[in-house]
Design a protein around this ligand. Structure first.
Ligand code: JFZ
Length: 414
């Protein structure tokens, strides 16, 4: 079972993924050709030569990037950690790297150290800072891997020694506490190479969590596939990386935005199964966050803020073989929380054996009438009566103070 041994990760439940790089300037299109894949892969999918692609750095001028405002906003959206692309597969470092001039401070007219700005804002607002680092794919370095291409002539050891390990050392040395390294696509990384990276991380920052995609089973928590929602609770620590539309990097033509209600349901569903939701924004080439992302996340943040006791530090809800038709459950410390997403005349929780001390609305604190009983087959149930106006409402949460520390459900009756 995967265990990060970091209580902040277990309690955080909700994080902000930020995919921002030179690809953001292209916004899904290059010389009139549009990519039909995730926009941060445009260099690879449109086969743009490195010597051509790197010229984009001369246009990179993040006039609309305000780290302080963004981190404050992320807190308001209910997020408790950020994972920022310090170097994605394109090979461009979004920080002032001393071991590769292909970076945002040396290769662009702005001369800004974006990661330093983000670090200071995270420290100011008490936001944990994690860094995405593509440890195997590097489409700019001659010895970095390229997925789906012939890598037989690459000298990956050379790449590790020349760029990957020195850059891991500098991002874990020069930017304060790094709470998490989000490795990605290990490809042909050997177990020894994964171990070497893991040792370096722990040598420099022992409490820095290593993500599941370091490769060779060395991750300290399980990273699901992109946008994959486990049907059942997973043991241990795990996280779902997810998009708000269909791309990580900014794509001006991707308007397939999920709505806030869908996101709220996904957040609660993932938390109820014991996981964290790492939800992405893709700022454009100027550092501006798409208006649609802000609108969605602000609505999600309102729900999280109103019902934060039912989200942060919650635990995995034990398996109940019976579906809930009206919403999802979360739980912690002698409490069960019913997140109601569909109109119901009353909230009914079936197949449950707990005794209830108190029922209340999280948004107002109003106490609610409830009944605890057994069906004629002997299955336990809890019914919570609703104030009239709530019978027409959705997206609210009811707290149940239990006599037992955790919920107790029955297996399916024979
Ligand atoms: C990777 C990247 O290639 C992509 O650009 C983005 O950064 C995403 C978060 O991570 O894409 C993956 C990697 C692994 C899986 C899916 C997408 N996987 O194992 O299912």
């Amino acid at each position: 079972m995967k265990d990060t041994k970091q209580q902040w990760f277990k309690d955080a439940k909700f994080g902000l993924f930020i995919h921002w790089g030179l690809y953001s300037l292209l916004a899904g299109e290059y010389k009139g050709e549009k990519t039909d894949h995730i926009a941060e892969w445009i260099m690879n999918h449109l086969d743009i030569p490195a010597e051509e692609y790197e010229k984009l750095a001369e246009q990179f001028d993040p006039v609309n990037f305000d780290a302080d405002a963004l981190v404050k906003q992320a807190r308001d959206w209910g997020m408790r950690y950020i994972v920022f692309t310090s170097k994605h597969h394109e090979g461009f470092a979004m920080y002032h790297s001393q071991c590769s001039p292909y970076n945002v401070a040396d290769a662009t007219p702005c001369k800004r150290d974006i990661l330093k700005e983000l670090q200071l804002a995270c420290e100011k607002y008490g936001m944990k800072l994690g860094l995405y680092y593509s440890q195997a794919q590097d489409w700019h370095d001659p010895d970095g891997y390229v997925a789906k291409k012939d890598n037989s002539q690459k000298n990956y050891r050379e790449y590790l020694d020349r760029k990957c390990l020195p850059q891991l050392r500098e991002i874990l040395t020069n930017y304060g506490e790094i709470a998490l390294i989000w490795f990605d696509t290990p490809l042909a990384t050997t177990p020894e190479e994964s171990e070497e990276m893991a040792r370096l991380v722990k040598e420099l920052q022992p409490n820095c969590i290593i993500s599941g995609r370091i490769g060779n089973g060395l991750g300290e928590y399980m990273t699901t596939g992109d946008n994959f929602i486990p049907r059942h609770p997973f043991e241990g620590d795990w996280e779902v990386p997810a998009t708000l539309n269909d791309t990580w990097g900014f794509n001006k033509d991707d308007h397939n935005w999920k709505d806030a209600y869908e996101i709220i349901q996904l957040l609660v569903k993932i938390n109820s199964r014991g996981g964290n939701y790492l939800l992405n924004i893709g700022p454009d080439g100027t550092g501006r966050v798409p208006e649609e992302s802000i609108k969605i996340l602000s609505q999600v943040g309102n729900y999280v803020k109103t019902n934060e006791e039912a989200i942060f530090a919650t635990k995995r809800v034990p398996v109940n073989p019976y579906e809930l038709t009206w919403g999802e459950l979360t739980c912690k410390d002698y409490h069960l929380y019913a997140h109601v997403f569909h109109k119901v005349p009353r909230v009914e929780i079936l197949n449950i054996e707990n005794k209830v001390k108190r029922a209340y609305l999280l948004e107002t604190g109003q106490e609610l009438e409830f009944i605890v009983g057994k069906t004629c087959e002997g299955d336990g149930f809890i019914n919570v009566e609703l104030p009239e106006e709530y019978k027409e409402k959705t997206y609210y949460c009811i707290g149940l103070e239990l006599e037992e520390e955790t919920p107790v459900f029955h297996a399916i009756r024979e």
